[in-house]
Design a binder for this molecule. Sequence first.
Ligand SMILES: Nc1nc2c(ncn2[C@@H]2O[C@H](COP(=O)(O)OP(=O)(O)OP(=O)(O)O)[C@@H](O)[C@H]2O)c(=O)[nH]1
Length: 495
Amino acid sequence: MLRYLTAARRFYSHVPATFYHPTIYAVSTSLGQKSAVAVVRITGTHSEHIFQQLTGSRKKPIARRASLRTLYDEVSGRKNVLDSSIVVYFAGPKSFTGEDMLELHLHGGKAVVKSVLKAIERLGNKKAGQEIRFALPGEFSQRAFQNGRMDLTELEGVGDLIDAETETQRRCAITSMTGLHKMIFERWRSIIVSNIAQLTAIIDFGDDAEINDIDHILQSCARETETLKEEVERFIHKIDRSSILQNGIKVALLGSPNAGKSSLLNRITSDETSIVSDIPGTTRDTIDVPLDIGGFKVVLCDTAGIRSASKDKIEIEGMKRARAKAAQSDLAILVVDATARSCVTPELSELVISELSEKEVITVINKTDAVDIETVAEVRQKLKNQFGDLAIIEEVSCLDYRGIDDLVDRLSRFFKKLSDLDADPIAASKRVQEILKKDVLYGINEFLATIDLGDVVMASENLASAAEGIGKITGESVGIEEVLGVVFSRFCVGK
Ligand SMILES: Nc1nc2c(ncn2[C@@H]2O[C@H](COP(=O)(O)OP(=O)(O)OP(=O)(O)O)[C@@H](O)[C@H]2O)c(=O)[nH]1
């Protein structure tokens, strides 16, 4: 009897919310590509059954212990060896998904992986209640969320970490994945909830209270919420800056035709990305090149040369696009030809002074190999006269590479400054950003406006909607089905 009770307790205490969901499996490493090792993950109630069938063992697997096993497939009573694999079993709830999980570290040949997947599929028996199927995109993470292993911000962090291409993106993702955001949001929520509780007390028992006490409570709620508002605003501002890093810092290359913009792009990317020719007006449209400079994701954009005298419709359109790119950029590089008599045309000078005055502009004197030192000094002086403090000047030659490393260093320093890396950058999905602005901050602002008018009921409702916003972010509140679709659709199979 005691044995029965112990077994029953062990069974029921670990029942995950997804206990009756099908057991799912997927290749977690790149599917369809040859590799040394391929990892197949299985999660769900029938993980143990799959372990026993594949390994031919009748014993319960020992959790969290890697063992080398021969995997078999049984077809028409005949046992075939599929692979010799490292097998790790995780007993729920101490697993990524909160369910029982099995990991098979196979030899990464396509045929091996295919045969093991087929064998797992064959173990399913819907009529006998053993539903086993291939996982949908993001389904492992969805299970983790459903079983309370992670909240949505942590899961989005996992997604970002896997997608991270640069060091900065990785650092952004780590903050959400390690639950730092979750802690911040929980603290905000508890501040709001404690204020709602105080307002509710006034609404319910206000008639019996001293008017001074009520005033005191209202003032303290307003003060606390005002401080919270500042914190939320700072957080949103930080996300805005960090999202520049996530999406790529936009750098526009501007200059007169033939100044060497395409050559400079090719030198920075160390590639022949853009067409270089001595015919002015070769680049007629904008060309975006994503690249990693000093650990930052950068989108470098080559543009059409800007000059006044042109009747060519395509060239005019190209120049329009170049101006638009310059306006959208986080940094503009103005390429100046040291051999040209008028190194900065009036159009370019006007563009820099009037439209780019709020932006960082680096002026690059190019073709220094083709002129003497005095000429370079003259060009430098001209630029100083023209742009004054706006002129950050670098000297390069795209022909013999001189000055290119210094320019790249200068760019890295600028990106560091832009990203304010004293503090860790933070990333938040579009979904989180929208809720923060439209629900949380909006609710707080409305609260502050209504409390000023003395409308306690309305004020409390506004705070409640801010708290609900935070719940939507972490996935603990209303609109959950709606948010799940948005979050998990970004994930790939096996995640
Ligand atoms: N001597 C010398 N020639 C260069 C240098 N950089 C570019 N050139 C030459 O200048 C010409 C124009 O270079 P591009 O890079 O095509 O110039 P661009 O500014 O992109 O020109 P457009 O597409 O017309 O706007 C080519 O013949 C290049 O070989 C340099 O540093 N030194």
